[in-house]
Design a protein. Sequence first.
Length: 381
Amino acid sequence: MRKDLFLVADQWGPQSSGLGVYAYEVARRMPALLRPYRLGVTVAIREDAPSLADEVREAGGDVVTLLPGSASTSSRLAEVYWRLPLQSRGWKCYYSLDHKLPVKALLPGCRIATVHDICPLEFPAEYGSLKRLYFGIQLPRVLRTASRIATVSDHTARKLMKVLHADGKRIVVSPNGFDTGRYSTHAGDKEAEQLFAAYGIQPKSYHLFVGRVSPRKNLSLVIEAARRLKERGGEPCVVVAGPKGWRDEGEWARIEACGLAGNFRKISYVPSELLPALYRQSRGLLYPSFSEGFGIPVLESLACGSPVVVASGTSCVEIGGPLVDVIEPDDAEALARWMEGDHHVDESARRAWLAQFSWDKTAGLLASMLAPMLSASGEWR
């Protein structure tokens, strides 16, 4: 076993979020990407994620098994901040695929952390006390002591420098990818019928809102836009697809109070095979979040040929580029007008823009950062 890269992918498991998907897609590719440089990769993977462990081994990597995701928070934190650093001694580089980076004294000379966003600092009420404490106290330390800081957008990189005074020379931006095989414009023969059977919605009759509802996601703007449309005699339909969020009861109570109960549909769980159809058959994606680290639903919707509207001042403007329409996050009238119109995505522009995003490119950029670092010796700064 070559002790070059010790890669921590503890975020991936049976109930993984977007951060877990990122960890999975990067970790399973890294051994093969670094093999041409004769660099060894060991990946720390949760006990309840055997498929990732198998893929890492097939790609030529080694595996360290972590506690399952069902273990207590205290046990998992003790493992990440104490046992893993001790286990990584003798390796050249310790690389966490999220922001959890143990103290410098316990780690190898090369230390890399991944920061996807700083939302707990911007919207602290939406997060638990432990995460707020971490981002307020620990994250600045991580940014000071990490040899490199990986992030997923130029927007987030600028925030790290402006808000937390991170050293821009040590930040590496490697944009997220998306499942290019699953999300495409190729509709199944009976997908419209399948959607109707599953959710009772007609194709091209609804706008889509994807994600866990919270104040940061700005569903309140969509509610106000829908209220205005109904006041004008329209019958907007908004499908909200995502798990229960923080304080979302207030949003649904407002929908009821505005007389919009018949205009909003809530789908708490969408099977992965139906989500592309939900994008394709919609009139467009409403994504007016106040803040995002990246915004993968923007890519997924565009990949399915569905138009997207986003709020200004977020990473979604960067990710969607010329393909998305942009409104101010408090401009309900602009959103209402957008929902009234019929929008189309130029096919040649769509293909050209999306070609820059894939998980292969994400992992490839990170491997290009790692190869010269791991081939060198000494302290990395």
